[in-house]
Design a protein around this ligand. Structure first.
Ligand code: HEC
Ligand code: HEC
Length: 281
């Protein structure tokens, strides 16, 4: 019995791991019968994994199918709302996103490089930070809450422009301290269950935990529509959920800790194609 199983059996009998059940790596993700998206890639340099695999491969066929057609993917209701929001004038400056950015397609590729260092702000920036800077500093509008509907819809619309492109966050230079912090958070055991992200997503991916098939916990599909709560979920909301499941006190959404974790987790999936907005259970 490995340490993880021991910890779990001792702490909560409710959480049970069953025999290893590997990802359906033969399943091919084709969207709208035309866009084939690779769901695995060679692991990036220095990775503890042999290869990186999308969370899509670990889902049931019914859930996978929802992501294979934009008409079936419930995320697109929110993407449509964001398209309306895109041209909506708000704030004291009388501007909409479209006043300055014209076409959202210009954001093609942006998802693959975020989070990244913002030179002007001397801070690690997630997509949400950029959007809120535009709202507060350029539009004179209220910022959106990190994981609330308007923000996740807009990050979905912007991320969609990079669908199919490989993740490629930068891991050196000024982001090095954040990478270090993110890695530390990933491997530190926390909460009443005394577990680290790595215990589930590195040591035990492919295994069943309750009725759930453990994936590598990749973020290439975020924001992600979850059947569980019928809405788009931000990366940070997912981190929060996992921390709560192990009875740990989560960091704040948008906090330096979660941004560092987002960068580190993104870097573990460098090479994996963007699937945003994905569908998960
Ligand atoms: C008054 C003009 C203006 C408005 C309105 C505006 N932006 Fe921006 N936005 C900018 C400028 C300028 C930048 C910085 C560009 C740069 O540094 O290359 C930027 C940067 C961004 C970035 C980061 C892009 C990158 O490549 O780094 C995102 C994402 C973004 N804006 C989204 C939005 C969204 C969403 C809205 C509407 C809610 C919006 N912006 C409204 C001017 C604006
Ligand atoms: C007790 C085991 C466990 C721990 C510890 C855990 N998670 Fe998870 N996590 C899950 C389960 C179960 C799911 C849902 C199935 C899946 O995708 O793995 C999940 C899903 C995720 C997903 C969504 C993957 C996708 O493709 O949509 C991400 C991202 C994630 N976890 C990150 C983390 C991070 C970061 C940590 C550490 C802060 C963490 N998890 C800790 C069990 C765990």
């Amino acid at each position: 019995m490995n340490t993880l199983n021991k910890t779990l059996t001792c702490t909560v009998a409710a959480l049970t791991f069953a025999t290893a059940l590997y990802a359906s790596e033969t399943d091919v993700l084709v969207i709208n019968e035309e866009i084939t998206i690779p769901t695995s890639a060679p692991a990036p340099e220095g990775s503890p994994l042999d290869k990186v695999i999308s969370g899509w491969s670990f889902r049931k066929h019914e859930t996978q199918a929802l992501q294979m057609d934009d008409f079936d993917n419930p995320s697109f209701i929110f993407v449509d709302k964001a398209s309306d929001q895109w041209t909506k004038v708000e704030g004291t400056e009388g501007k909409s996103c479209a006043s300055c950015h014209e076409d959202v397609e210009a954001f093609k590729g942006l998802r693959t490089v975020l989070p990244r260092w913002n030179e002007a702000k001397s801070e690690l920036y997630s997509m949400e930070n950029y959007i809120n800077d535009c709202r507060t500093e350029r539009m004179g509008a209220e910022p959106w809450k990190w994981s609330k509907g308007k923000m996740t819809a807009m990050t979905a619309l912007i991320s969609l422009q990079s669908r199919g492109l490989p993740m490629s966050v930068k891991t050196d230079g000024p982001v090095e301290p954040a990478m270090k912090l993110g890695k530390e958070l990933y491997y530190t055991r926390v909460g009443q269950l005394d577990m680290a992200c790595s215990n589930c997503h590195e040591d035990n991916y492919g295994v069943m935990i309750r009725a759930d098939h453990l994936s590598q916990g990749q973020i290439n599909g975020f924001p992600t529509y979850r059947l569980k709560n019928s809405k788009l979920n931000s990366t940070h909301a997912r981190f929060k959920g996992c921390m709560k499941n192990i009875r740990a006190k989560p960091f704040g959404q948008g906090s330096a800790e979660f941004k560092a974790l987002e960068l580190y987790v993104a870097s573990r999936g460098n090479g994996l194609s963007v699937e945003s907005p994905a569908v998960r259970n």
